[in-house]
Ligand binder design. Structure first.
Ligand code: PMP
Length: 318
């Protein structure tokens, strides 16, 4: 090729032509990104992240939300005319709202009133109803409110219950786990994921360990109950999710909000990845594992993109 010729991007040289599809069929099969620049700190380790904002609802939570809905439709618990209700810090709510709109059922979400304006507006744009709960009670306050409503009107609601519903972790067992194994050509040695409902960690780890029992699975969580890592839980102080089994983790790391903020800025500035704060925390955790092992293939999950967090002040710090 002459020196100054540049390749032209055509549909043909992308290697495929996309046929028209249903919005829900775009869930999953996200790209696996190589973190080449930040990862060079530990040359013996390859670090990768699943680009979960590529899901049509913008986060990893599309996977469990879809599986919860499909399993409930199959079992007959989400029948015509029923409203799906759940508590959510935002991303699961966005996923339910999108899926409800696409499949034609109503969605009601309980969330702490201090959830970011962007998240509230997205959920409302999809036509879901929001019930606000006391910010001081956090996500546990929202859980309690849903339980009260379902107890009062059992005939009206299907309680999706992402914290206790095995369809949550099974979504990752069926999709995220096999995708990671396949995209690394079976070379993955360590899997690192944060704990919210714990669905991502539980389902993906179970599948990876079945595929290769030598794969180490490391969970992480915030280092205190009062943290800025939206989507994650400090387990010692939280209502323990029914699907969470701490025994599955080979190790469990604690990440501070400040470290996560600083890494989220670095991912934007040094990798060109505008990701959310829990992705920053995931990168801190992945690098900590990488330094410890010295050699290996570490895979983590970047749960959402940075655009829902742009009003936060940490972006302006040096
Ligand atoms: N990061 C973000 C941004 C999230 O919204 C969530 C979901 N609460 C998580 C991480 C944790 O995922 P999981 O619920 O599967 O533990």
């Amino acid at each position: 090729m002459p020196q100054n010729a540049r390749p032209t991007l055509t549909i043909e040289n992308q290697g495929f032509v996309r046929q028209p599809v249903d919005i829900l069929s775009l869930i999953g099969h996200t790209p696996l990104l190589r973190l080449g620049r930040l990862g060079r700190e530990v040359p013996g380790v390859e670090i990768y992240a699943k680009a979960e904002w590529e899901n049509p609802g913008g986060s990893v939570k599309d996977r469990p939300a879809l599986n919860i809905v499909l399993e409930a439709e199959c079992s007959g618990s989400l029948t015509r005319g029923k409203t799906l209700i759940d508590s959510t810090s935002g991303n699961t709510g966005i996923a339910y709202a999108m899926i409800g709109a696409a499949r034609g059922f109503r969605v009601t979400l309980c969330m702490p009133a201090n959830v970011s304006v962007e998240r509230k507006r997205i959920v409302s744009a999809y036509g879901a109803e929001i019930i606000y709960t006391d910010p001081l009670e956090g996500s546990d306050g929202a859980i309690r409110r849903v339980r009260e409503l379902v107890r009062a009107h059992p005939e009206r609601y299907f309680y999706a219950n992402q914290y206790d519903n095995p369809a949550n972790w099974r979504a990752h067992y069926e999709t995220t786990g096999p995708e990671i194994f396949e995209q690394t050509g079976g070379r993955v040695t360590h899997f690192v994921a944060g704990l919210g409902t714990s669905g991502t960690f539980m389902g993906t780890s179970r599948r990876l360990k079945e595929l290769n029992a030598a794969i180490r699975c490391i969970s992480f969580q915030p280092d205190s109950a009062f943290h800025g890592l939206e989507g994650l839980k400090y387990m010692p102080a939280a209502i323990k999710p029914g699907i969470y089994d701490p025994a599955l983790a080979d190790d469990n790391l604690e990440i501070s909000t400040e470290e996560a903020y600083a890494m989220t800025r670095r991912l934007a500035r040094e990798e060109g990845l505008l990701v959310g704060v829990s992705a920053g925390a995931a990168m801190v955790a992945a690098l900590r594992v990488a330094r410890e092992i010295g050699r290996g293939v570490v895979v983590t999950v970047f749960s959402d993109s940075g655009d829902k967090y742009l009003s936060e002040r940490f972006w302006d710090e040096k």
